[in-house]
Design a protein around this ligand. Structure first.
Ligand code: ZN
Length: 96
């Protein structure tokens, strides 16, 4: 079981209180009508699946009901940090 620190509540709670909402830092195109079908498809459907450091968006569904980001190692499941939406992660780069 993972303990996840919510930066809004400022405490670590059990994983069951949260839901995973996908890869973090996905930016919606400013002018989607100018994209090709391939570029729009990439934005909608393609996400990274790294072996190692991954930045994820989580939702504190049973707590404050707010979103935040987590940096997690996909090899060990270790959560390395949590931070607010709009902030940049302190931990970056792949481990392998
Ligand atoms: Zn919270």
């Amino acid at each position: 079981m993972l303990l996840i620190h919510c930066p809004h509540c400022r405490e670590a709670r059990e994983e069951e209180e949260y839901s995973y909402r996908g890869e973090a830092h996905i930016v919606r195109p400013l002018a989607p009508e100018s994209l090709s079908d391939e570029e729009w498809g990439d934005y909608l459907f393609f996400r990274s699946n790294p072996k190692g450091i991954h930045h994820e968006m989580w939702y504190h569904a049973v707590g404050c009901r707010r979103y935040f980001n987590v940096t997690r190692d996909t090899l060990t499941y270790e959560i390395l940090e949590s931070y607010l939406i709009g902030q940049q992660p302190a931990v970056t780069g792949a481990t392998s």
